[in-house]
Every structure is written in C-alpha cells, then in structure tokens.
Design a protein around this ligand. Structure first.
Ligand code: PGA
Length: 252
C-alpha cells in the first residue's frame, strides 16, 4: 500500500494519449520535461502513447527513465498485405509496452467494431504488449440511460478473451461526451461505471484489472477522481501535451 491511502493494491497508471499532435522538436521538449520530472512521482506508473512515426524517438528518449511508451492503434493481423497497418510485433520492436485499442475516435471515425477492438487487444497480447481497451458511451446514449448497456456490449468480446488474457489488459472508461470537451464525469458518475465494470471482471475472477478514467482529466480534477476506489488512474489527452501539467496529474 502506498502513501496515497489507496483502498486497494492496484498501482496507479497515468497514461498520455498524444493523439495526432507533435513534431520531433516539440516532442523533445515534452519528453525531456517528463524525464526530468518523473522521479517526483514514484507511486505512479507513467506512460505515453505517441503517433507511430515518433515511436523511435520515444524509444530513444525514454530508455531508463521509468516512463514507458506505446502506440495509439494496432492491426488485428500479425503481418502481411495490409497496406498502412502496423503490427503489434512492430510496436514491440520499438520497445512499446502499451497500445490503445478501441479509442472512441477510432470507433467513431474508422468504424471500429467491438469485435475488431477485441481482436486488436488479442493481437497486442500475442506480441507481449498490454492493450488498453477503451470503452464509453456517447452523450445521446448517456441521456437515454443506456450507459451500462453500451459498456456491456463493448466489453462482451473483450471479456470473451478469457481470464488469463484479461489479467494482462488495462481498461479505460472514457465517456465520449467528456473527451476533449472540458466536461468531466463527476467522480461519483465515473465511480459508478468503474464499479460496474469491476463487478463484471470479478465475475470472471479478474477483479485486479486496472481501470483508467479518461475525458478532460486535468491536474485540477485528477485528485478527486483518483480518490474513488475503482479508479486506478487516467488516460489523458490534451493535458498530456504539457509535461508539467501531465506530471501534476500523475502526482495527484
Ligand atoms: P482528453 O482526451 O483528455 O483531451 O479529453 C482523453 C482521450 O481521448 O483519451
């Protein structure tokens, strides 16, 4: 048990999702800032998911820093004639520990289905990566009271991977209406969904899976979210692009 009065033993994970931001010069500033500051947050795993072209830069800059890195998407296929796709083994080749699967922007803009997301998670696991499987409802779905139905549907093919696979993944609850909007689920709202997901995992014998919250997480709201018993960290978009802000979230 660490000093954060955690009610459980899951180590907190704060992961940045840079989305389609950055260039080599800006990344150097950001990565150097993260390396310089990360020693101040020893009780938290810190990671960044960068665009594919910058995996080499992350691999070079973050070696030995204690910060791990990953990608934002992965092919469901192992290799072959899949122009434009990137295989999990290629990510592993660049030292990735993580890969996002099923971020809502990919579900919405690239037609990713629940099954495809689960296939991507399985592909990541096969290459020794930890998939961070994202789920979350839209505003319409939330207003219609369908949040848990949507989460259940999205989770079904992922849960079907079975306990031994589930024990090696991370889940992220990201209500679509809270992503990039400045709207955050209240800690109680988020906790309710996290507890729901935790119960499903517990039924399968894997209650220890880490469940991150994502959607407009900032240094100013991180502590109240992290105080919730089933929130094990955050997936951070916009606020991960400034080293100081991102590390303040990790320290929250
Ligand atoms: P946001 O993005 O923190 O900018 O809302 C979160 C995400 O999309 O992972």
């Amino acid at each position: 048990m660490d000093t954060q009065s955690r009610e459980h033993s899951r180590k907190r994970l704060v992961m940045g999702n840079w989305k389609m931001h950055g260039n080599q010069a800006a990344n150097t500033v950001l990565l150097d800032g993260l390396c310089a500051g990360v020693t101040a947050v020893p009780n938290c795993d810190v990671a960044v998911c960068v665009p594919f072209p910058y995996l080499g830069q992350a691999n070079a800059s973050l070696q030995g820093s204690g910060i791990s890195w990953g990608a934002q998407d992965v092919s469901r296929h192992e290799q072959g004639a899949y122009t434009g796709e990137v295989a999990a083994a290629m990510l592993a080749d660049f030292g990735c520990a993580w890969v996002l699967a099923g971020h809502s922007e990919r579900r919405a803009m690239h037609g990713e289905t629940d099954q495809l997301v689960a296939d991507k998670a399985a592909a990541a696991l096969s290459a020794g990566l930890t998939p961070v499987v994202c789920v979350g409802e839209t505003l319409d779905e939330q207003e219609a009271g369908r949040t848990k139905d949507v989460i259940s549907r999205q989770l079904a093919p992922v849960l079907a991977l079975g306990a031994s696979s589930l024990a090696r993944i991370v889940l992220a609850y990201e209500p679509v209406w809270a992503i990039g909007t400045g709207l955050t689920a209240t800690p109680d709202q988020a906790q309710e969904v996290h507890a729901f997901i935790r119960a499903r995992l517990a039924e399968l014998g894997v209650p220890q899976v880490r469940i991150l919250y994502g959607g407009s997480v900032k240094a100013s709201n991180a502590a109240s979210l992290f105080a919730m018993p089933d929130i094990d960290g955050a997936l951070v978009g916009g606020a991960s692009l400034v080293a100081e802000e991102f590390l303040r979230i990790a320290a929250a």
